[in-house]
Write a protein that binds this ligand. Structure first.
Ligand SMILES: Cc1cc2nc3c(=O)[nH]c(=O)nc-3n(C[C@H](O)[C@H](O)[C@H](O)COP(=O)(O)OP(=O)(O)OC[C@H]3O[C@@H](n4cnc5c(N)ncnc54)[C@H](O)[C@@H]3O)c2cc1C
Length: 427
């Protein structure tokens, strides 16, 4: 029987259960959401001396942070050439530098938690078709010549990428030696332990269902079903899972389901044949496949999307078919887990980070590219709350537009748009 929970729960030491919020409590800052963004913000705030509460609707890591593909990537969801076209070179350069700092920060956090070995270096962006080759070359040239990034390697011959990936499915690839992969739940639990040690008060099973500003200011009362946090500042980090709290910024994101399949540990010889370079991989399709091998030699294969919020029928079967098209040798290997999670995408695929006129900070919409970035953004917002807005402004001045169609029509319209791109992937 295939399990529907992330394999990660069987690979890491669990966290303790945290209490539910009951009654009224007073803090300097209330953080909503116990994923990478919320936890790292809370950790930094506590280190800076703010009395900080974190409200989590379910358990820490039960959102995207504890169930993602584990790919720790530099950059943003769109190619940097696309970002530069949209925002200009100078802004793109700043965002790129912050994304590289995000990976370095994550690695430093792992090292401080004695988990430096958890990071496995190397990522390949794999070109499915000949038309992708020109895009790879353009991105390589922009990153190396204009953004000054030196950790890239371009593989333009099909046999070069076949040697790294153990499959002849791809025609070219861009290797980023600065990116890599990690067990995301191990990273999350490390953040949670550090936050607790720094003095953050964590409440689980405590969904914030509404918040009300105190008259004439930014002070706010945040209500759960059994209690209230009175705080000077509120930070919303519920991302695609932000239920109960209807806020205007939610029109800027679309929650999208994506799924991951895990095999049983592979025999050593088979694992050496598949992904011999040990890197993690994403392809260049709009609806992309992403995969990597875990240290215990399981293939984790991700892909498929659902815009309706419902899992597509027979998702495991379809993922298996895609996986075996790339690695035929995996046909017949037992499959042990298949789980899904929600990413929040924005229209321009850039994260939506800011502060409302009433002083509520928020961060969401990493568009499937938030493992490294979200934890870093949490720190950036904590610094902003403490008065340093430099990095915060770099994210906050990205222009965003709401999805068309309002609450009812957003998902069908996006599904239609995605169908167009999916058909284009097949051409
Ligand atoms: C299947 C999958 C694969 C992915 N793979 C990758 C990858 O390989 N690389 C990559 O870079 N990114 C990947 N991502 C994206 C990445 O995981 C996210 O960008 C990142 O985890 C976002 O972190 P977060 O803290 O902002 O949000 P989340 O981790 O989603 O956390 C939000 C939390 O807020 C809580 N919450 C919501 N509403 C409330 C409320 N009202 N009150 C209290 N709590 C609330 C939720 O329960 C949840 O725990 C993937 C995502 C998914 C789903």
């Amino acid at each position: 029987m295939m399990k529907k929970t992330p394999i990660y729960h069987e690979q890491v030491q669990p966290l303790p259960d945290y209490p539910r919020l009951c009654g009224e409590q007073r803090f300097d800052v209330c953080v909503v959401g116990g994923g990478f963004t919320g936890l790292s913000a809370a950790l930094e705030l506590a280190k800076a001396g703010f009395r900080t509460a974190l409200l989590e609707a379910a358990q820490l890591g039960s959102g995207a942070s504890g169930r993602n593909g584990g790919q720790v990537l530099t950059g943003l969801a769109p190619a940097m050439v696309t970002v530069a076209r949209q925002l200009g070179h100078a802004h793109a350069q700043m965002l790129w530098d912050l994304s590289v700092a995000a990976v370095a920060t994550l690695r430093r956090g792992l090292a401080e938690a004695d988990m430096a070995d958890a990071f496995r270096p190397g990522f390949i962006l794999a070109a499915n078709r000949a038309v992708h080759r020109a895009e790879l070359v353009e991105e390589y040239n922009y990153l190396t010549d204009r953004l000054g990034y030196e950790a890239l390697e371009l593989l333009l011959q099909p046999e070069q990428i076949a040697a790294r990936l153990g499959t002849r499915r791809y025609v070219a690839g861009l290797v980023d030696h600065g990116s890599g992969h990690v067990n995301p739940l191990a990273y999350l639990n490390g953040l949670a332990r550090a936050a607790e040690k720094a003095g953050v008060t964590v409440f689980e099973q405590s969904a914030a269902c509404r918040f009300v500003h105190q008259p004439g200011g930014e002070k706010v009362n945040v209500y759960t079903d059994r209690g209230v946090v009175r705080a000077d500042r509120l930070l919303l980090c519920g991302n695609a899972y932000q239920r109960h709290l209807a806020t205007p910024m939610q029109a800027m994101i679309m929650p999208v389901g994506t799924y991951i399949l895990a095999t049983a540990p592979l025999p050593e010889a088979l694992a050496a044949e598949i992904l011999p370079s040990g890197v993690c991989v994403s392809d260049m399709n709009f609806v992309l496949d992403y995969f990597r091998m875990t240290p215990d030699r399981r293939m984790l294969f991700g892909g498929r999307v659902s815009y309706s919020g419902l899992p597509p029928v027979a998702v495991a079967h379809r993922l298996k078919r895609r996986m075996c098209a790339i690695f035929p040798a995996l046909d017949g290997v037992p499959l042990t887990h298949c789980w899904g999670g929600k990413v929040a995408i924005t229209r321009n695929r850039l994260p939506h980070i800011g502060r409302t006129p009433q002083g509520v900070y928020f961060a969401h919409g990493y568009s499937g590219h938030g493992l490294a970035l979200s934890g870093f953004v949490g720190q950036v917002i904590a610094k902003a709350i403490a008065g340093d807005l430099t990095q915060f402004d770099c994210f906050a001045r990205i222009d965003h537009r709401p999805f068309p169609g309002g609450g009812m029509m957003r998902a069908p319209l996006l599904a239609l748009g995605a169908l167009y791109y999916r058909l284009r992937d097949l051409l």
